[in-house]
Design a protein around this ligand. Structure first.
Ligand SMILES: Cc1cc2nc3c(=O)[nH]c(=O)nc-3n(C[C@H](O)[C@H](O)[C@H](O)COP(=O)(O)OP(=O)(O)OC[C@H]3O[C@@H](n4cnc5c(N)ncnc54)[C@H](O)[C@@H]3O)c2cc1C
Length: 505
């Protein structure tokens, strides 16, 4: 076994957006940083992959807060990556288009408060009170969130975030009994993978507010973001060790002293940031460092739901204009729009279709025929294959995927054949794919559940020098995971001073 030794101030485990952000901030502030990443390429969930020359994003189809002066734009400016990032705002007419079996009119969820409110008032004129109350409440909650109201300091918010004690379902039941309106207002649950009955109004508000203020994508998708970070980090002297799985976080005299990887590499550092799923971190540390109650809480974290994803191509779609900037959804009505277990057969779970490659500028010609189908999936759907590894799955799993492919194509044909035409399948992902390719326990799409009855672990740990970051800490999504990287770096170098600099960028 080869054993290479490295030395730095801070080792970051994981090169997703949280790790890349923390690295840029710490390096800009004079720290020598090394990132250790288990996969062969950096970027975590932001990486693109290719099939038949078409590039596909897995985990970056849209984000909020990339408008000028908004927080993600300011943060990435501070990190020094914005000059290479071409932000594309979704145009005014763009929307998530929701269709329901028991309602004949499609409802357009525009990425704009006034347009979305108008649309809802046209469909549900009797529900004016409910609609007005809902949007008022969402905006009130978000005026207390510094990422949306940047004049606020960060520390009080992080120490006591807006209460997540209010049930989303309870609130929606209070304001309306219309099952279609309930489903439309609950639908963003799909964007952070929290089952309906576990969803908190306050967390939901933060997701809805972001998208209603404006929605963006980056030309070249998540890969363009990674490439820009890697270029900047290289300039700042940050090393990225890829293909290295951290198996132990090393300690001496009760403090962190670095990490060891599966291939025997040792990185020595007085601080370590872990950005993967917190439950995997527990096994890397001697048992005595954390209280049994903390170990139990972290290893028992409930996870967000997963997806079945089908990546395919289309030729000459009948309605290409509709596919350019509209994401198509077919849902069940009612509040249990995202159940907590696979009680429903696939065709009743709801499905989304989007063609993100049509929004690329540089690579539009090669990527415009790419199409992605998403259907909610659960660990129990694939648990019987859990012992299998990537590249050596049993025949039964291959048969399962083949049947899944046929079912997804059939549902898509029924729902959207008149818009997109026939879809040719190129790749299919399941919770097992996410578990193995994204290091995500139970294949959860968005890490630990940010929900009513679960608080996620704090970035500070009891082990001096060990810090947590990533989507399972602050909140999920590209913006929040990047902000989580900022918060962790800030806790190390001075949170409010950093916040002051970031928000003025
Ligand atoms: C299907 C899907 C669609 C999504 N769509 C969107 C979207 O449109 N918009 C949006 O905002 N968000 C979306 N998200 C969520 C978003 O992609 C994530 O919240 C975000 O990218 C998470 O970043 P992260 O840095 O916290 O984690 P990750 O990107 O998961 O990075 C963690 C990294 O740590 C590495 N790692 C873990 N353990 C070890 C170890 N022991 N040793 C070395 N390395 C290790 C992993 O390999 C990984 O690279 C989506 C997610 C999915 C799955």
């Amino acid at each position: 076994m080869s054993c290479t030794r490295y030395k730095c101030d801070v080792t970051i485990i994981g090169s997703g957006i949280a790790g890349l952000t923390a690295a840029a901030i710490l390096a800009r502030n004079g720290k020598k940083v090394i990132i250790v990443e288990k996969m062969p390429r950096p970027g975590g969930t932001l990486k693109r992959f290719k099939r038949n020359s078409i590039s596909f994003d897995v985990g970056f189809h849209a984000t909020s807060s990339l408008g000028k002066g908004e927080i993600l734009s300011s943060l990435w400016n501070y990190c020094g990556v914005m000059s290479d990032i071409d932000v594309i705002p979704f145009p005014e007419q763009s929307c998530d288009l929701f269709e329901f079996d028991d309602y004949e009119h499609p409802v357009r969820n525009y990425f704009s408060y006034p347009r979305f409110m108008d649309e809802l008032l046209q469909h549900f004129p009797q529900e004016k009170g409910a609609i007005t109350a809902y949007f008022k409440r969402i905006q009130e909650i978000c005026t207390t969130v510094p990422f949306y109201n940047t004049a606020l300091p960060l520390t009080p918010f992080l120490h006591s975030p807006p209460s997540s004690a209010n049930s989303l379902v309870g609130y929606l039941e209070e304001i309306t009994s219309n099952p279609i309106l309930q489903a439309v207002l609950a639908a963003p649950l799909y964007l952070y993978g929290v089952p309906s009955e576990e969803a908190s109004l306050e967390i939901h508000a933060q997701v809805v507010h972001g998208y209603c203020r404006g929605t963006y994508i980056v030309d070249g998708g998540g890969q363009a973001v990674i490439d820009s970070f890697v270029k900047t980090l290289t300039g700042l002297g940050v090393e990225i060790l890829t293909g290295q799985t951290v198996t132990a976080i090393n300690t001496d005299s009760g403090k962190t002293v670095g990490v060891t990887t599966a291939s025997g590499c040792i990185v020595q550092s007085s601080d370590v940031i872990y950005t993967g799923h917190p439950s995997d971190m527990i096994a890397m540390i001697p048992e005595s460092f954390f209280r049994p109650v903390y170990r139990k809480r972290v290893t028992g974290l409930k996870n967000s739901t997963s997806f079945f994803m089908l990546f395919g191509s289309i030729d000459n779609p009948p309605e290409p204009d509709l596919l350019d900037w509209t994401n198509l959804y077919k849902f069940r009505s009612g509040l249990n729009i995202l159940p907590s277990s696979p009680i429903l057969p696939l065709k009743e779970r709801g499905m989304m279709l989007n063609c993100p490659g049509r929004r690329d500028r540089k690579d539009i010609l090669t990527n415009k025929n790419g199409v992605i189908l998403f259907a909610p999936a659960y660990w129990q759907d694939v648990e019987m294959f859990k012992e299998s590894k990537m590249n050596s799955r049993p025949q039964a799993y291959k048969d399962f995927k083949e049947k899944l492919t046929e079912q997804m194509l059939e549902i898509a044909r029924t729902n959207w054949g008149h818009i997109c035409g026939e879809i040719k399948p190129l790749a299919v992902g399941t919770p097992l794919t996410f578990r193995d390719e994204l290091s995500s326990p139970e294949g959860s799409a968005y890490g630990a559940l940010h929900s009513l009855d679960q608080s996620t672990p704090s970035v500070r740990t009891r082990l001096p020098g060990l810090w947590l970051s990533g989507q399972s800490t602050l909140m999920t999504g590209v913006m929040s995971a990047s902000l989580a990287g900022m918060v962790t770096a800030g806790e190390m170098i001075g949170l409010e001073t950093l916040w002051e600099k970031v928000r003025s960028c």
